[in-house]
Write a new protein. Structure first.
Length: 247
């Protein structure tokens, strides 16, 4: 059996331009960022503007504009007379972003349990329909669970009712997306995520702020520890698994 469709949270998407004002460069930027997040492009991959323009069916101008934006964000670099390269992971930066994530999410957990006026209980109910289910109802699809995991953490912060905190958390989530998704190439990590999310929600439902914060901290630290173990082999394995999923 699969989880009940009606209670699934909307997938988390990057902050983007209003669709009415999107340009081809915006579309190329979004696609290339998705390629990186889904391991179609991995650290060390080299490519040219022409290759991208042919693959996406656009001219080189929007490709170049998109690549310059990705360069500013630290995803790619331009190589002298030889195209572009996807940059290696910056693990020091990931460590700092995980530390910030921990502060934001544990603060949100306390706010949710203290009953702040702006708490959005409907988001918490929706999360319960995904994560507090019987084992036979759990998804085993790597991409699906990765998207739901992202949505879970973003919804917890958003439900706490602080719009600025939620905005910073969304931007942080986008920056660590590629590294977090490597977690879900391991079946044991998928089952652990269900167990851990269920316990976090249970603590919040019982208004146990300290317990919820401790569970969240341990959950994030477990993911952070996995990040430290990442090898290039795992990245290429994730690319192979992603390719098999779309065949």
């Amino acid at each position: 059996m699969t989880p009940v469709k009606a209670t699934r949270p909307a997938p988390v998407v990057p902050l983007s331009v209003d669709p009415a004002f999107r340009s081809r460069a915006d579309d190329v930027y979004t696609q290339l960022k998705r390629d990186i997040a889904e391991f179609r492009l991995v650290p060390g991959d080299r490519f040219t503007e022409t290759e991208i323009s042919v693959r996406l069916g656009v001219s080189r101008t929007p490709v170049r504009q998109a690549l310059f934006k990705l360069q500013q964000e630290g995803y790619v670099e331009v190589l002298f007379r030889s195209g572009w390269r996807v940059l290696p992971f910056d693990f020091n930066q990931f460590e700092e972003l995980y530390d910030l994530r921990m502060v934001l999410e544990t603060t949100a957990a306390h706010r949710l349990c203290e009953g702040a006026l702006k708490v959005d209980a409907t988001q918490l109910h929706a999360l319960a329909g995904i994560w507090q289910v019987s084992p036979e109802q759990r998804s085993t699809d790597m991409r699906e669970v990765a998207a739901w995991d992202e949505a879970f953490h973003c919804a917890l912060v958003a439900a706490a009712g602080n719009a600025e905190m939620a905005r910073v958390h969304r931007e942080l989530t986008e920056r660590i997306r590629v590294i977090r998704r490597l977690d879900f190439t391991q079946p044991l990590r998928i089952s652990a995520t269900y167990e851990e999310h269920g316990k976090i929600l249970s603590a919040i439902q019982q208004k146990r702020g300290d317990q919820a914060a401790l569970l969240l901290r341990a959950h994030i630290q477990a993911s952070q520890a996995e990040v430290r173990k990442i090898t290039l082999h795992q990245v290429h394995l994730a690319r192979q698994l992603g390719a098999q999923a779309v065949v």
